[in-house]
Design a protein around this ligand. Sequence first.
Ligand code: KIV
Length: 294
Amino acid sequence: MSAQAKITLATLRAMKREGRKFSVLTCYDCTMARLIEGAGVESILVGDTYAEVCLGHPTTLPATMDQMITITQAVRRGAPNVYLIGDMPYLSYQVSVEEAIRNAGRFMSEGGCDAVKIEVDSRLAPTVETMSAASIPIVAHLGLRPQSIHVHGGYRVQGRDVRDARRLMNEAAMMERAGAVMLLLEAVPLELAERIATHTELPVIGCVSGSRTDAQVVVLHDVLGLGAGHPPRSVKRYAELNETCSAAFRAYAADVRAGRFPIDALTASLGDEALSGLDAAAPDGEVVASDRGA
Ligand code: KIV
């Protein structure tokens, strides 16, 4: 694994200016974070998709602040140099701007994040402005907003007609004015994503929105072919870990059943002296394994 220099907002802004694309992966634990940073991926999003891919919920809504902080800390331990974005969970920023600042502050100070992401529309612009004024770098997530799934009425492409596309372009401009440091566009048509990316100096991360943005983000389990999720058809699988893991688990269970694992020659063993000591009668009052029911 190659050591990676610390990626900062300045790095990502320079990449945008120079027309160099960067990649973002979601991540939820230290082991994967280590591998992601080692592979040279510039940024990690600790996504609230954690609730879906790791906890098995049907939506992201059940993710909590405490869970997100715990996994963010684990990811940061594994990847000290990536640009780390913490995803603020449902109702951690919508209730009041005071709560939003306090919760975002936890991602920054306890989680070691470089920025936090919130799902926004025009009504959240004042929140973005106040949070930015409190020195919280915001990634403004526009388009399909999974925390509003029950308002959207399903996982649908956003900005398909002219009116909706204009609304999204306006919202993107509004977020830039409010002080957001980056934009994330989920499930918008590729030409709209391109327009938004070319009309702003902010790095724009695309998610299922075509190749014309400055960066891409994908859910880790989707690119690894891991888990029960059904990724959008544009997501490319770079591995088939469901099959790899299942084969390993089957082989392990078969070895245990057949007595092939573990291998005794590789296991600690008592010497002859200790063995004969064990076989001798235990002195009165001494606790032996069978006394504990073991
Ligand atoms: O939580 C998440 O993983 C996300 C990405 C899908 C953009 O928000």
